[in-house]
Design a protein around this ligand. Sequence first.
Ligand code: FAD
Ligand code: MLT
Ligand code: ZN
Length: 535
Amino acid sequence: MQVIMLGVRGRRVFSALGRWENGVTAMAVVTAAPSSPCHISTSPPPCHFHTSARQSYKCELTSKRYAVQRGGFSQVCEADVKFFNDLLEPHRIVVGEAELAGHNTDWLGTVRGASSVLLKPKTTQEVSTILAYCSEHNLAVCPQGGNTGLVGGSVPVFDEVIVCTSLMNQVESVDTWSGVVTCQAGCVLEALDQHVAQFGLMIPLDLGAKGSCHIGGNVSTNAGGLRLLRYGNLHGSILGVEAVLASGEVMDCISAMKKDNTGYDLKHLFIGSEGTLGLVTKVAISCPPRPAAVNLAFLGLVTFEDVLNTYKAAKSQLGEILSSCEFIDRSSLECVETNLKLKAPIDEYPFYMLLETSGSNTSHDEEKLNNFLESTLGSGLVANGTVATEPSRMLSIWALRERIAEALIHEGYTYKYDISLPLPEFYKVVEDMRQHLGPSIIRCCGYGHIGDGNLHLNITSKEFEKEILNRIEPTVYEWTSRVNGSISAEHGVGFKKRNYIHYSKTAGAIKLMQQMKKLMDPKGILNPYKVLPDE
Ligand code: FAD
Ligand code: MLT
Ligand code: ZN
């Protein structure tokens, strides 16, 4: 890589877990696209979740659990495997039930497909050849990144060929003048973030699955995460996308320019379309400077009204330095304490909030945060609170929030809902569903990105029960639609929500989506049974 070293100075960098710690890093400018791209992660990627938390691979087959009809696709035959073998080295083709188990089952252990082959291309050209072949031979394809998706979109429903991006992990260039990184789709989010850290930049996206999810998966789901409040969603920070269409045609929309009004902005079609319109192979991301000062407050609150008023006060008093505003109810925190043995830094309260500030001036930010806490604690709005500035303390506080999803799956089966709601209604749905479900369940809890109006409503039971599912759905979607919320805030529609999309989209919008799908994927081979409702 052609790099000019400008100097070295003390600053804070992300730790291996994606949180802040003191360190020294080089400020550098990449003057041109590197001749040999930088390889930033190895296979398998660092998977803290897959190894420790991933549910059993032996859940019921999706085709048995759900009423879903296999499309008229061909089945993979010997000639197909021979073609793939001629294209890729043996270690880049995975066959065999045991070897494929982790790729056929989702992270939650709630849906399971029966693919017989997984392919690991390294280049856009290989993806193009694979898709052209699958299109010609009428083989359905399931694109897969880190397989951390939570709506059943990342695994096959029947026997789709899995095309996994795990070996597409090259960083092509980092332009430190504009702050734009261009990389392949299979870069693991956390590794990519560590890579740009050496240039004083950060990836404007952070989520609990950062150690496993791929940037291509993030773009394909339009992932939100913990700092959307500050950096906006990926439709804003993704400047370019390269994707391969179902036919094998490479769609190069990889412009790294911040401004480009030359007609329809096609890259947006691939952001959030969950692998149904194209397989994302490369992205250009606009990266903000890495903040030098980060503080984290963990607060205890007595009423939900106090939570809302605290958020309002944080917006007005912390303003431009507020980088995250997260919400946890008592039941969610209790789940993390009980199932993962983590310890909260303050006593028990009905509600908790995490407020993070990020800026360029430590004393300025600390003063602002301290003033904010003095006033909210003084007025009784906040009942108790603690501030962390040390990396290890911040890490352990963040774990209380980030590991709730993991803690929940310890209880058996998680019914997971990710909804956008107007703030006054934000917590009512948790209370209503708790009452509606009564003692038939283990837990009904709420947490989420309150600064973005995004609630994660989660219900657990010892094992999957159809009757419980039928009591939750469509009630929860009707509830959400009644208050004009969205039935999918950030996780996407995937397999599980496709037949509920009408709660958040008009018939006209769904029809146009179906027409776009027909145009871009006439045979419907790309991620069938996902996003669009059954016809
Ligand atoms: P996968 O799970 O492999 O795939 C997701 C979808 O994208 C599938 O439909 C798949 O077919 C498609 N896809 C994957 N790669 C490509 C590609 N290259 N081209 C086309 N389609 C592709 N999500 C949030 O939004 N915010 C969070 O805060 C958040 N936190 C999480 C915390 C935990 C512990 C876990 C397990 C998940 C969390 N998620 C969160 C959900 C998940 O991590 C995101 O949806 C993530 O973006 C998925 O990335 P992935 O690489 O794992 O994609
Ligand atoms: C989160 O914010 O923790 C994730 O979106 C995962 C979840 O909803 O459980
Ligand atoms: Zn989330």
